[in-house]
Design a binder for this molecule. Sequence first.
Ligand code: BGC
Length: 611
Amino acid sequence: MKIKRHKKILFFGGFVLIIILIVVFSVFNFRKSELPVACDDRGLKNCLTENLPYKNSNLSIEVRVDDLLSRMTTEEKIGQMALVEKKSVYKQADLAHYGIGALLSGSGAKPKNNTGQDWLLMVNEFQKSAQKSRLGIPILYGADAIHGQAAFPGQVIFPHQIGLAAANNSNLVEQIGRATTKQLNRTGIYWNFAPNLDIAKDIRWGRYYETFGPNPQIVANLGTAFINGSQSEDNFGLEMLTTAKHFIGNGDMTWGTSINRNFKMDQGETQASEMQLRQIHLPPFQAAILAGVGSIMVGLNKIDQEQVSANKYWITDVLKGELGFQGFVVSDWYGVYEVAPSKYDSLVRAINAGIDLVMLPFDYKGFIYYTKQAVKRGDIPQERIDDAVRRILTAKFKAGLFDRPLNDNYEYSELEKAEEQNLAREVVRQGVVLLKNKNEVLPIDRSIQNIKVAGSSADNLGHQLGAWSIEWQGIDGKWIEGTTVLDGIMKIAGQNQKIQYNQLADFEKEEKADLGIAIVGEEPYAEGWGDNPAPTLSQKDLQTIEKLKKQSKKLIVIIISGRPLDIKKYSDDWDGIIAAWLPGTEGVGIADVIFGDYPFIGKLPMEWMVE
Ligand code: BGC
């Protein structure tokens, strides 16, 4: 009897123990599935996600997004809304752990060896780490390829947008979009922070050259051409996600209103009326949406004394509502945190205003913490988070990120490079503007024997490239591949023409040359660092011009700049003046035109007074 009872107790105890174990196990597992769990190093298969509908490329993007969204925790969704600067990634595993949605290389953030191959390796490493997350969601990697993938040496770099506006040839701009997509794709990048659709109203602004100028029609046409070229499906059948920036009224800020104490106009206040904003600044964005632009970046400017990132009317009502924009809205560098004194309030206001992806770009842990709290407290509705993530995921699916195996071979063939060079050279030619031509000094006759060349920008590739080239603020000098204007002159001039060069016009023999060519202009600058109350030539350039003039029977001045420079006071006795903008690596295009092999067809996109 006793033994029987003992057995019964043992049996019952065992049963209870098993039940307890089952309960503990499922609670533990339930809690675990609430967290964004990283897969182990053995790869995605261990996440058991391979056969889920969102992984099935035969299903529509809508169905795939719905499926994926339904599997995500709130935390995972918030992670997708974070855009982080790659140097701020504390450890690679964080990408999967926090489910980070996107990374960027702020210009200048490069791999240790700054080569194309290393860029591809770097982006792929990030991609592999991100895909170890519970659901294996790929990251978007963004870059500022605003005149080609100019982040590392060896590429063909196109003119900055202001030069494209002078050429005003949408066909060429479309081809540049296509070429830029190829340049980025080679490095594993599928998201470009271009084109710039700001309407530039004031030449004192440090970002004037990044724009297609002040004419909304030109901005809309060329911007659309760039988007069409970049996103066209004949780019290896791959997609590029473009970004129309900076919404809205950026370029029309009032001088002296910048919130950045180092700047004057950049990050300032746009005091245009709603009617002006709608008539002048909105049309290019409208055109970009019709062309299928994937994302729109909100500016760092203010309207009605409020950061645009917090402006629900413009972002949600106008952009997403009236204009029907279906892509995602991304904020600009640290932009959301300038909205209110506290990070929490800033995030609540910006996300509720309609920002989908937040360019933090630094502290992602804080972002996830605050945003999670805001959702928990009901300060940010769950539907707003779902809408933001739906837009981001849709863009990722459209860009083919879920379906494409990683490309691990950086290939830049000589043929591809030659094609890009020809394209860049042609657009440089077409953008050269003849500002003055006294006594038909231009085009240069090949019978002219002695030519002296001088000036700070004659043999300086860094000046030709402008900023957003290798470094954010650009580079100085001639240390990467490319053709300077001087190289071009040497190449194009007739065999009997004797070309002498001295940067400061300190020539050994002071005898008069038949012709002097001064190539002068601005040094590179980016963003507010280029805000300048009176853009003109430097004293050094003016002195060089004076010296050269004394040693030349006639004088041509070629200006390499991102905006009109005030030269009225000096230009009276210059015979020829040319605006050559920031032409990029193919300076030879300028020589093609000044020697008359190609006509001057470039037109000023703005006013430029000369004597
Ligand atoms: C600029 C944007 C740029 C972003 C990322 C910001 O400072 O305003 O135009 O896309 O940085 O580099």
